[in-house]
Write a protein that binds this ligand. Structure first.
Ligand SMILES: NC(=O)c1ccc[n+]([C@@H]2O[C@H](COP(=O)([O-])OP(=O)(O)OC[C@H]3O[C@@H](n4cnc5c(N)ncnc54)[C@H](OP(=O)(O)O)[C@@H]3O)[C@@H](O)[C@H]2O)c1
Length: 317
């Protein structure tokens, strides 16, 4: 690798886009694995880091990218040539992440992936699959026959939450923000526009919601939950803030439950692993939108605007 160069997206100032630079291939130390990255996810968490608006931030300059997938070039732990996904251990948060052709990561941040898996799927399934499972089963505790409303139902987490809830035996309503996304709500959910949320539109009350959107959509969805129902709160793409009138909250008697994949990832790792096999075989679906490393700006715009459908991935092949 000595003398070879490698392209990397380097964040120099929070609130700006990382710059594509040519730099030497990073040097591997003992306990670290050198990976030739093949695909790297662009997720809301990465954008929060780029904006300097997340609780854990790197010293700059730094390479963002909390999840990627690639081939092992050198490691004390992993076989050379094997496919691994890289995430966790502060990757893309406290230390350089996967938005680069080469990444050096702690051995424990590289996790084997079945050979032949699409690298774009391998780098992007864990967060939405694990989060959807966590929200539906561990947090909302969805039971057969219940009615569940999922917001952001064409997004990565939302689309999988729809499928996981339906498999749990629930009747699912999938809420989207714009008409163009109605057709992207996975079957068998009933698609509904956020602007049209009402008891009539969803056929009465629901037992639980899985909210990936936040803001006013969460407020409107909460009004549809029956007393003693549950709301699993996953994300805040439409707004970080949400105010609660305590009198109304107590009267409504709906549990507001946080979903935190970072602290509970291990609990759902085996379930997410199983879902990878089902995603690869097509039994479950997760749309993936691919952009080249030079196309980061467009990838970010599509994610920020909410126009992207499913996962957004940088293809570094
Ligand atoms: N709590 C956790 O542990 C955890 C884990 C993973 C992800 N998350 C969070 O969950 C949320 C969803 O993640 P995701 O990967 O499913 O995202 P995604 O694929 O981009 O989906 C988000 C959806 O939000 C909707 N949306 C509404 N207003 C929006 C706006 N102003 N900008 C962009 N999108 C908007 C969009 O659907 P419409 O166009 O239909 O409105 C979009 O499909 C994110 O906030 C993410 O950070 C949390």
């Amino acid at each position: 690798m000595q003398g070879q160069t490698s392209r990397a997206l380097v964040l120099e100032r929070f609130g700006t886009l990382p710059r594509l630079v040519e730099r030497p291939v990073p040097v591997r130390e003992p306990g670290r694995t050198l990976v030739r990255v093949r695909a790297a996810q662009v997720a809301h968490l990465d954008l929060n880091v780029v904006d300097g608006k997340f609780g854990i931030l790197p010293d700059l300059p730094s390479v963002p990218g909390t999840s990627a997938c690639g081939v092992v070039l050198a490691s004390d732990t992993h076989a050379e040539g094997s496919l691994v996904r890289i995430n966790g251990k502060g990757l893309g948060l406290r230390r350089d992440g996967g938005w680069a052709e080469h990444a050096v990561v702690p051995d424990a941040a590289a996790l084997p992936v079945p050979e032949g898996t699409d690298p774009a799927l391998a780098c992007s399934y864990f967060s939405p699959a694990g989060t959807a499972w966590l929200a539906v089963h561990s947090v909302a505790g969805v039971r057969p026959g219940e009615r569940v409303l999922v917001t952001g139902a064409s997004g990565a987490v939302g689309a999988l939450a729809v499928q996981v809830a339906a498999r749990a035996g629930a009747e699912v309503i999938g809420v989207v923000g714009r008409p163009a996304k109605l057709s992207h709500v996975p079957a068998p959910a009933k698609p509904v526009l956020a602007a049209e949320l009402s008891p009539d539109a969803v056929g009465g009350t629901v037992d639980a919601i899985v909210d990936t959107v936040g803001g006013p959509v969460l407020r409107d969805a909460l009004a549809l939950v029956r007393p003693r129902g549950r709301a699993a709160l996953v994300g805040y793409t439409a707004g970080r803030e949400f105010s609660v009138d305590l009198a109304d909250f107590l009267l409504a008697d709906v549990a507001l439950l946080p979903v935190n994949l970072m602290s509970r990832g291990k609990e759902v790792a085996a379930d997410a692993e199983r879902m990878l096999a089902e995603l690869a075989s097509g039994e479950l679906t997760l749309p993936i939108e691919r952009h080249g490393i030079e196309g980061l700006g467009q990838a970010v715009d599509r994610l920020r605007s909410g126009e992207a459908v499913g996962r957004v991935v940088l293809d570094l092949d």
